[in-house]
Design a binder for this molecule. Sequence first.
Ligand code: FAD
Length: 462
Amino acid sequence: MTETFDFDLFIIGAGSGGVRAARIAAALGARVGITEERYFGGTCVNVGCIPKKLFSYAAHYTEDFEDSAGFGWKSTEARLDWTRLVDNKDKEIKRLNIVYKDILEDSKVTIFEQRAEVTGHNSVKLLGDGKPDGKTEHRITWRYMLLAVGGWPNLPPIPGNELGITSNQMFSLKKLPQSMLIVGGGYIGVEFASIMSGLGTRVILTHRGDRLLRGFDEDVRVFIGNALARKVSLRLGTSVGGIRKLDNNRLLVDLDRGDPVETDLVLFATGRNPHTADLGLESAGVALSANGAIQVDADFQTSAPGVYAVGDAIDRMELTPVALAEAEVVVRNLFSAGQDRHHMSYANIPTTVFCHPNIGTVGLTEEQAVSEGRACDTYLANTKPLKHTLTGRDERAFIKMIVEKSTDRVIGLHLISQDAGEIIQGFAVAINMGATKADFDRTLGIHPTLAEELVTMRTRTR
Ligand code: FAD
């Protein structure tokens, strides 16, 4: 049997970008169809932001239990029940999957739960269609198509790479490994290093570069490297040559510097690529870049007329709020005729690395400001949080503010502290509004908080 559908907007991928686009387009009166091959809510909900943050909360308890002693608490030894953590996390993710599907159903979006492959300029194939298992064949036509297929983790081309896992499997391990080696010092590697060491795993992190977190402010990279080195064995300037399985089922990892390392688990946090392989985009004339990113213009239009793409698939900024905002720009421009055109700004997008302590950042790094030829004043603070005066924990907080001389505007703010993400989110509003250093100085602090340090930075460092 063949069922025919005609949509104003057909979306491939019900992750962050796809679901947002579907909901808004439907609210604007469009007839919308969406197909999802794996999980509603996409990477963020299932194997990204949400499970990662839940694990990060879990990992913080180790420090909280230790720190409580300084405040007079006597506690019996705390032990982690890994299975309970994973089960509870799974329950929450299942709940969110339903929430996302409900959003689509309530918006009267037509849902397909199949993998889509593009087969030509105006044709798409839903896998499983027309099979003898009784599946209906769908004939789908559309006015516009949105590709919101997200990204997928890379495995480095080294012998034995199949013995390692990626972030996709990290959230469903059957047991907590006693030891692990993380390959990659980007934000996912750094976050897992903090999380897993916090949960009790002995962690080695190898990274090809000399500093973690390429692209972040250099002072931030140095500070967080030192902070992480207290909990994790860092092997910087080191590459992994290959992995072998030993008779005892453990893994032996060859490094280009130093002795091989025996470990229980290897995690490849070696970047993600747009999930466009085998999607058939060439058949529709959609141009891709070398890493598979869908090429789009400022309106997110691909090289194929009527075909748009957003989110990790276009490889601009791989963050959930970015995918949401891009999706909203596309559908508002397509379906709210007569209104002002919407544009996506990538300036001042705040972000957090959920390592322990967090890195919260908004605006430019000092290096970016210099490379743009902007003369700046820099304010730095390196301070001991009040809490740790009693815990004895050797953890400090770091603040860096970059102020443009000609305008007095704060154009970069970087904070490393507990809950830095929560703090920076508020300051991002001020920075987006063009707040000057004088505005910061005029604002009274909330005492005693760490955040008050951000409005009391008086001494220029350079
Ligand atoms: P996705 O959310 O990946 O959605 C794409 C969807 O398309 C998927 O559900 C996929 O199954 C589906 N799909 C793909 N191909 C097809 C096909 N052919 N047919 C049908 N369906 C298909 N971002 C943050 O902002 N904060 C964080 O703290 C954060 N932490 C992260 C931690 C990790 C470990 C990872 C991996 C990512 C993290 N991210 C974080 C990034 C964030 O998850 C992504 O930027 C975001 O999910 C991108 O949304 P998207 O809509 O582009 O793609």
